[in-house]
Design a protein around this ligand. Structure first.
Ligand code: ADP
Ligand code: MG
Length: 423
């Protein structure tokens, strides 16, 4: 029996979906996680404790484990396990992207520098060292700009500024979010020219350096800032074919420039007219529960395709199983304690809606961007056209009433299945 090591962050949205896919494929799963006891979903699987935030140490432990129980694949569920997975896979001779390449995807300044060297079209940028004046750097670049921390994800701490005053306020807010008061030594920031236009997400699978595009999602809600909360993801894209080809080519160039060769990739690309620019490339698949909006062939999940690729099994049919599908990441209306989400039945009754998961338990603390690091939940739809899917999600969202009490102290900072900001 084949054996796969699944690297799970302590609290992951997608553990159950990966475990289900492994069960269907008939492979033995060993779960590698930071904390053994925190993984209810992993019951029935062998669990090994791995310090995923210290990739070299985690990789040593994986190699040692594989001496006794040989592994056929190592699959990180999200960003948290990517570095440890590629280090260990390299030593064990398993399919992987080079650790140097995956590391570039985990640090925004390093990624920008490498993409610049590779001549990949992306926003103009400057990296501001801690203690350096971000406003002068932003002014040199030219407004509007986007300021961001180097190592967060899920749009956390990503802020647009149109003036020097806004840039100063944004930089201070990001430093606070990172736990630095303005007087203290501050963290380095990335400042980029704001790229106008629409945004798409590319979901792909790399095999031997070849990028296979599985889906291009439109993001039909405008992402113009000052904060960049993602809501709707709808596939297939409604952009003209030649623009979609340009997006795929650019993603391919970015992936090659970074040196990624194997496994899932998730890229964000801005399109202004027919010019595309890379916002970001991650060496993982789409975050949260969003992958549930995708089904391939006769209903195969993205998690299943990722496992098949890692195990060197044939992928078979990777065409979309549905004419159109989509997901809405449910926005958080204000900071406070989540009391209740009403209207779920009514939302589920809207034709086209096929699922709704609230991923923060009542009593959990919620906070919008740029400070927040999680979504309230995910709603899924299918339909004959992308427009029908979009309209179903909007109509269903209008039925939801999210009650957040801004005056109650948080009982705890989070709900049931939170974490994994990487979207
Ligand atoms: N230079 C930019 N121009 C326009 N929008 C941007 C720019 N940088 C980031 N954004 C917006 O902010 C979002 C999050 O930024 P990103 O760099 O992808 O960070 P994260 O790792 O948090 O996802 C992007 O998806 C995009 O909508
Ligand atoms: Mg991003």
């Amino acid at each position: 029996m084949r054996r796969v090591l699944l690297l799970l962050p302590t609290r992951a949205y997608r553990a159950a979906d990966f475990l289900e896919a492994a069960r269907e494929l008939g492979v033995e799963v060993v779960v590698g996680a930071e904390e053994r006891h925190a993984l209810d979903e992993a019951i029935g699987s062998r669990v090994i404790e791995l310090p995923l935030h210290r990739p070299e140490i985690a990789a040593d432990a994986i190699v040692e484990f594989a001496d006794e129980a040989p592994l056929n694949a190592i699959v990180p569920v999200d960003d948290a396990g990517v570095a440890a997975a590629s280090l260990a896979a390299e030593r064990l001779g398993l399919a992987h992207s080079p650790p140097t390449a995956t590391a570039l995807t985990r640090e925004k300044a390093a990624m920008r520098r490498r993409l610049a060297q590779a001549g990949v079209r992306q926003p103009d940028f400057v990296v501001v060292a801690g203690g350096e004046d971000p406003v002068a750097a932003a002014a040199r670049l030219g407004f509007p700009v986007v300021l961001k921390p180097l190592e967060l994800s899920g749009s956390q701490g990503v802020i647009r500024a149109d003036t020097p005053e806004e840039a100063a306020a944004a930089a201070a807010r990001i430093q606070r979010l990172l736990g630095h008061s303005t007087e203290e030594a501050s963290a380095p920031l990335l400042i980029e020219r704001f790229v106008p236009g629409v945004e798409v997400a590319v979901e792909g699978l790399l095999s031997g350096g070849e990028l296979h595009t599985l889906a291009i999602f439109d993001k039909p809600d405008p992402l113009d800032g000052p904060y960049f909360e993602e809501t709707l993801y709808i596939t297939p894209s409604r952009l003209p074919d030649e623009v979609q080809r340009a997006v795929q080519d650019l993603t391919g160039a970015a992936v090659a420039g970074l040196g990624l060769t194997e496994g899932p990739v998730h890229a964000e690309v801005r399109v202004d007219g027919d010019a595309a620019a890379v916002i970001e490339v991650a060496a993982r698949s789409i975050g949260g529960l969003c992958a549930r909006s995708l089904r391939f062939g006769l209903g195969v999940s993205l998690e299943s395709l990722i496992l098949r690729h890692a195990l060197n099994l044939p992928l078979r049919d990777t065409t979309a199983a549905h004419a159109a599908s989509g997901v809405m990441m449910l926005p958080i209306p204000r900071a406070g304690v989540l009391v209740e989400v009403r209207g779920r039945e009514a939302a589920l009754e809207v034709p086209g809606i096929v699922g709704l998961e609230i991923t923060i338990a009542p009593g959990g603390w919620v906070e919008p961007l740029p400070e927040g690091d999680r979504y309230l939940g995910f709603m899924f739809a299918r339909g004959e056209t992308p427009a029908a899917v979009e309209s179903a999600l909007r109509r269903a969202h209008a039925k939801l009433e999210v009650e957040v009490d801004p005056n109650r102290a948080p009982r705890r900072r989070s709900g049931s299945q939170d974490s994994e900001a990487g979207r």
